[in-house]
Design a protein around this ligand. Structure first.
Ligand code: SF4
Length: 296
């Protein structure tokens, strides 16, 4: 961000906030999960949306809620049925995470703040923030890739860490409209300020955006590619966790000593141990002695 005094920046932020909320009031997308403050429905939508397009999620979200209208209903369903209903949405571990969260909520009830949500099995920082803002209607920044891109462009500050962007995002969240604000930012990133192009001429906040008319999507893509290549997905804990869940979906039960042979070659015992511990802790894998299974 170019050097700019804090008073001037605060005035810019106020205009960005007011302009975007006004635009959202007229242009915001009407989506089924935006018509409810039920934390369970919001959670289902957020987990589905993590890797799947909005248009594909809408019918699946409605069918899911028809089949399991509450967290209690989902908690009582066998894991095999949950996985079958999830079929086609990809990344089965998401369904198992949702199932684990529903079971915890069925036992303990819904927490009433972001920290409590974060402590539930199967809920990460983004999802906890989203449920806080959309269902609890408390200030929280649900920073997805759309929000991050828009915030980076507003400030002309590519390459910030997730923590830095989240801190910046929180500065904008209005106490009285955390849901509308987060939706508005996501919508701007999904429809006008997209990864492929920035339609600055149609943007409601162009006059206060540091990148108006200056965005070079090809250069941004190259930057993203370079940072992705710096950390190949196969070397991340998420990759190992996903492979373990996939192996258990395929085999049903695996004895611990045989787990490494059921995974892609080259994953060290240390990485398998770390990923497995996390999965067991999150309630996504059940370990009884040496036997590993998915939760029932
Ligand atoms: S002015 Fe352009 S770069 Fe800035 S937020 Fe709007 S569309 Fe994005």
């Amino acid at each position: 961000m170019a050097a700019i005094d804090s008073e001037r920046q605060a005035a810019i932020d106020d205009r960005l906030q007011a302009g975007l909320l006004e635009w959202y009031g007229v242009q915001g997308r009407d989506l089924p999960w935006r018509r409810t403050s039920d934390p369970y429905a919001v959670l289902v939508s957020e987990v589905m949306l993590q890797q799947t397009q909005v248009s594909r999620v809408v019918p699946r979200f409605e069918a899911w809620l028809e089949r399991w209208p509450t967290a209690d209903d989902l908690a009582a369903a066998p894991a095999a049925e949950v996985l079958a209903e999830w079929s086609g949405l990809g990344y089965n571990s998401r369904a198992l995470r949702l199932h684990a969260t529903a079971k915890a909520v069925a036992e303990q009830g819904w927490p009433d703040d972001e920290a409590g949500l974060r402590a539930l099995p199967g809920i990460g920082p983004y999802t906890a923030a989203a449920v806080t803002a959309f269902a609890l209607r408390r200030p929280a920044a649900a920073v997805d890739t759309n929000q991050q891109r828009v915030l980076d462009r507003w400030d002309g500050a590519a390459g910030r860490t997730a923590v830095e962007v989240r801190r910046r995002a929180l500065e904008f969240v209005p106490v009285d409209a955390p849901d509308a604000w987060n939706h508005a930012l996501m919508d701007l990133g999904a429809t006008i300020c997209t990864a492929r192009t920035a339609r600055c001429d149609a943007c409601p906040v162009a006059s206060d955006c540091a990148s108006a008319g200056l965005v070079d999507p090809a250069a941004e893509r190259a930057l993203r590619r370079a940072s992705r290549q710096a950390v190949p997905f196969e070397s991340t804990p998420r990759f190992v966790r996903g492979r373990i869940v996939a192996a258990l979906v395929e085999h049903g039960e695996i004895a611990l000593p045989a787990l490494a042979a059921a995974l892609p070659a080259g994953i060290t015992a240390e990485r398998i141990d770390g990923a497995l511990s996390g999965l067991v802790r999150d309630g996504l894998v059940v370990r009884a002695g040496d036997a590993l299974t998915l939760p029932t």
